[in-house]
Design a protein around this ligand. Structure first.
Ligand code: HPA
Length: 357
């Protein structure tokens, strides 16, 4: 296997010059640079990043720990992270903590032992061990999707974090349904303990209050952020003595669950039950009726997490920042609105109205 010394000899330059060409650490005259690149090509030289890491103490890698990678929301986040990391010359090590605090702590330690330069983590509902570990080892970290405050609950962030707005878009779904005349609007809420769940519940309550509707606790059922939970929660809501006439589902997986329960019972949307959901997904416009949804900027969330992490690596001591990105309201027909004449939105990116009122 060719070494850097072989490249230097073949190009007639010093090993240091080869290193500067490879790492862009100092300007090298175009002629010399080309000679080095030619020698690399000719000898089939591949840089040994492990050897380089021993010198620089940097691996140019990022550890990414997100649960539910198969959920399209997280898959898109992953695409955003990967593209941004690559753009900046970083590679990824990926782990799935399965939303389990014990497993989460374990996989984060494994990534840390691999000496990733920093980590992007979507924390579980009980991130205490995770937070203690990252803090103790001073791991440069960005929390993604779920935000975590200090134990004092004073609103200060422990780590840099990036998430989508959750409350205001949920309010928007509720007031939209209320505007269509619904007075009993149910919420299939996510897994308790996640900030996204809390914020979407807050948004739901604000929506009811803004529409002057009473708040009936029985209309809020947790679906655990998964399809099976969404099925159960929807079944529970439909079994109420006075069931809801409209439903808000707080993520894509629970929407699938809700639709399954409705189909099993022979109920139609929006005829028997109007439906608005958090999360748009690639095929939401193929459902019949097409789903009125809140679209999260998932790829951008991933890219922003990488940018925050790189800023942190460049300035380790600056105060932690929380970045919240807006969502888009995608108005289709599952809410009960008629197809708008002359307008048939076919893709999730069409018909977006940014933060409309
Ligand atoms: N958080 C936010 N949005 C989501 C999630 C989640 O865990 N799952 C699907 N959409």
């Amino acid at each position: 296997m060719a070494t850097m010394a072989d490249v230097a000899r073949s190009a007639g330059v010093s090993v240091a010059t080869v290193s500067h060409v490879l790492n862009d650490t100092r300007p090298v005259r175009p002629h010399t640079r080309q000679a080095v690149l030619d020698a690399i090509e000719e000898l089939g030289y591949t840089p040994n990043t492990l050897a380089r890491s021993l010198v620089t103490s940097r691996t140019r890698s990022i550890g990414l720990a997100v649960s539910a990678i198969s959920n399209p929301y997280f898959t898109e986040i992953l695409q955003g992270v990967e593209a941004a990391a690559l753009e900046h010359g970083y590679s990824l090590l990926i782990a799935d903590p399965h939303d389990d605090p014990v497993h989460e702590r374990k996989v984060v330690q494994l990534l840390h032992e691999r000496r990733v330069d920093g980590m992007i983590v979507a924390p579980s509902a009980d991130p205490r061990d995770l937070v203690a570990y990252l803090g103790r080892h001073r791991v440069p970290t960005v929390f993604l999707d779920r935000v975590v405050g200090t134990p004092e609950g004073d609103g200060t962030a422990l780590f840099d974090q990036v998430c989508a707005e959750s409350a205001e878009p949920t309010t928007r779904l509720v007031t939209h349904l209320a505007g269509l005349g619904h007075r009993r609007i149910g919420l299939v809420a996510g897994r308790p303990g996640l900030s996204t769940t809390r914020e979407r519940i807050t948004g739901y309550r604000h929506g009811l209050a803004a529409a002057g509707l009473p708040h009936d606790e029985r209309l809020l059922v947790h679906g655990d952020s998964e399809a099976a939970g969404g099925e159960r929660a929807t079944a529970a809501l439909l079994s109420l003595a006075v069931p809801p006439t409209a439903l808000v589902t707080a993520n894509n997986a629970m929407t699938i669950g809700a639709l399954r329960t409705l189909r099993e019972r022979g109920l139609t949307v929006p005829g028997d039950l109007a439906l608005c959901c958090f999360d748009d997904f690639a095929w939401a416009d193929l459902f019949s009726p097409r789903l009125t949804a809140v679209a999260q900027p998932s790829r951008e969330l991933g890219a922003q997490a990488v940018r925050l992490l790189l800023e942190r690596l460049a300035a380790p001591d600056r105060p932690a920042r929380t970045v919240r990105l807006p969502c888009a309201f995608v108005h289709r027909t599952s809410c009960g609105c008629p197809e708008r004449s002359g307008h048939t939105a076919q893709s999730p990116t069409e018909a977006h109205e940014r933060n409309p009122q």
